[in-house]
Design a binder for this molecule. Structure first.
Ligand code: GDP
Length: 397
């Protein structure tokens, strides 16, 4: 858990009390509460400063039961202990000198971390049930071209929920992560909304594209936010393409619904456009919202939960085998250039996130793309898999 930095300017206050009540510090506290181990990072070039002492005192009081490793950064000459000298007065046993710039000391650090976080019976138990959705951390990203309303939607979502930790706006991070807990499910929201404001550019430039790609890659589900008033353009399609490329689950969020008058006609036209322009996201649910008037904003979480269930769903082997054979008996795969008929011998689901199916064929068999699509349609008809790509591979035994 990476907490936002505690800035000097936020800590001009004299008393420890005002330090504790600072909202950033409070937010960091929520993050530390979740942690098994605390890495307290200090600047080895600058030495011990009063703010370090205040932070350390606060950690000791609030989290007395958690192991702490003091990480002395900027120790560019690792063998020289001079960087750590001033920090001995904190009385910590675990002090590791590192240099993030030169990538030094991290093997030591990892070893020390491992020594301090032996799995307890409790964590082992949690691991076992971690496939249960209630225990899972669902990561979703808000992506879309500038000005479609990503930040407005995020603000509306967060307005109602308990925020565990949020990065501080204005930092140089490309994507901002926010952790929230709702109905006992932990969500990570990966948000690229801040980019526009940082780079002061209206264009969907190189940086935004890279950040969008990164956000999609790190998410389970990508929420593709579009502006109802502008229609679908090449930028929307580019992002849709990235979602497909990374095989992520997705939900299409059409924002600014308050500004649309003829809604019925709009929905029809949008669904039509989707079929023509990005048919590869036909499986994605579409939700029409307004961040301004809050129409259906609260529904977003329900849809995210539903899609996550589909993205992680596993169908028993026997059912898939039966389904594939049934498909086979209704329609034979095209033979193509092969001399012998292609026979489907069985199949099963190999993976989730996204669901991946394997089709077992007779010797030298080969499955045409159109037949894969036929199988996919049958899988979807029977099992849904709403919002998630379905991948199919085959092998001739
Ligand atoms: P972002 O660049 O995608 O993060 O977009 P913003 O959240 O900054 O919103 C861009 C502009 O659209 C702002 O002026 C918002 O006030 C406006 N906006 C956002 N959501 C809505 C909405 O649902 N309805 C209307 N009418 N305006 C909205």
């Amino acid at each position: 858990i990476d907490t936002g930095g505690i800035e000097q300017e936020n800590n001009n206050q004299k008393s420890f009390k005002s330090f504790e009540t600072n909202w950033i510090v409070k937010n960091i506290g929520l993050g530390l509460k979740e942690a098994d181990l605390i890495l307290f990072v200090v600047d080895g070039k600058e030495g011990l400063n009063p703010l370090d002492k205040t932070i350390f005192k606060w950690i000791k009081i609030k989290f007395s039961n958690k192991p702490i490793i003091l990480l002395v950064n900027k120790a560019d000459d690792r063998n020289n202990e001079v960087y750590s000298l001033e920090f001995y007065e904190l009385g910590l046993e675990n002090i590791i000198q590192v240099s993030a710039l030169h990538n030094l000391g991290f093997a030591d650090l990892l070893n020390t971390i491992i020594e301090h976080i032996k799995p307890t019976d409790e964590t082992k138990k949690n691991k076992k049930i971690s496939l249960n959705i209630d225990e899972t951390d669902i990561k979703f990203a808000l992506v879309g071209k500038p000005n479609v309303g990503k930040s407005s939607i995020l603000n509306q979502i967060l307005g109602e929920e308990r925020v565990l930790v949020s990065d501080i706006p204005g930092t140089t991070r490309d994507a901002i992560d926010t952790f929230i807990e709702k109905d006992e499910i932990k969500f990570t929201i990966i948000d690229t909304a801040g980019i526009k404001k940082n780079s002061k550019k209206k264009d969907f430039d190189f940086i935004s594209i890279a950040a969008t790609e990164e956000a999609i890659k790190r998410s389970d589900i990508s929420l593709l936010v579009m502006d109802a008033t502008t229609g679908v353009n090449h930028q929307d399609l580019r992002i849709a393409g990235m979602i497909k490329e990374y095989n992520r689950a997705s939900i299409i969020v059409i924002n600014k619904w308050d500004l649309i008058e003829n809604r019925e006609e709009y929905v029809k036209k949008f669904l039509d456009d989707r079929k023509k322009l990005f048919p590869f996201l036909l499986h994605s649910p579409v939700i029409f919202v307004s961040a301004k008037t809050k129409i259906r904003i609260h529904k977003i979480f329900d849809i995210v939960k539903d899609v996550y269930k589909e993205y992680t769903k596993r169908i028993p082997d026997i059912e898939i085998s039966n389904l594939f054979r049934e498909c086979y008996s209704k329609k034979y795969p095209p033979r193509g250039k092969k001399k012998y008929p292609i026979v489907i011998l069985g199949g099963k689901q190999l993976e989730t996130k996204p669901p991946l199916f394997y089709v077992k064929l007779n010797k030298d068999g080969e499955l045409h793309t159109s037949y894969k699509r036929y199988l996919e349609n049958n899988i979807r008809e029977k099992y849904g898999f709403v919002g998630t790509p379905v991948k199919i591979i085959w092998r001739g035994e």
